[in-house]
Design a protein around this ligand. Sequence first.
Ligand code: 13P
Length: 255
Amino acid sequence: MSDRSGRQNVIAGNWKMHKDHLAAARLASEVRAACAGSAATVVVAPPFTALAAVAAELQGSEVALAAQNVSAHGEGAHTGEVAASMLLAHGVRWVIVGHSERRQLYGETDADVAPKVQAALAAGLLPILCVGETLAERDAGRAEQVVADQLRGCCSELTARQSATMCVAYEPVWAIGTGRTATPDDAGAMHRSIRAWWSEQYGPESAEGVPLLYGGSVKPENAAALLSDADIDGALVGGASLDVQDFAAIVSTVG
Ligand code: 13P
């Protein structure tokens, strides 16, 4: 489950707002069968309403369950929110935080994401923190600065110990759902910049261990090239994770 660097290779499927609990259970069962014995850590993130059904389907398998969001708060008067402890009780192990769709469509800021990271870690969940620049920011030559600012805004409160249980997903906004993928060179360069930031903040050992995933139009056709970069440790897959054959093909590129 780890590459030559000793880092975990993680292939995570973000199902976004697709699949009711019945369809999600069917897909989970297919993923379980198709990804058995994989060299990667395989994670699926169905909608909240499907977590229970998918957890039941995945029981005893190596496929791990993730949620797509978490409340920054513990149980209480927060209509429409879901606490980390509730996710944990469902068998959720990972949680996506700060996805660009939450930032762009629901106005989440780094200041909103930072306490979610803390709430997830406090409950024992493994956060997959999403960062990434817009096309305008890339064109203005600001991509690395934007991502570093997001890391600082979401992670600067972490202890060194917490930093060792994080996972970061670089998802350039312009590559999500567009069919446009970052080149392996561009994605790799950004991953090296993220790892350098991590090293400066938490030291080289933590930086060597943190899995850095790439997300944005990952498909079976481009996964191998992306994952061949030594600093790209896995993928956060949207659209292609809804098709078991495509998802399994991406998983199989880790070996
Ligand atoms: P796509 O793979 O559909 O571009 O989505 C990427 C993503 O947002 C994963 O979180």
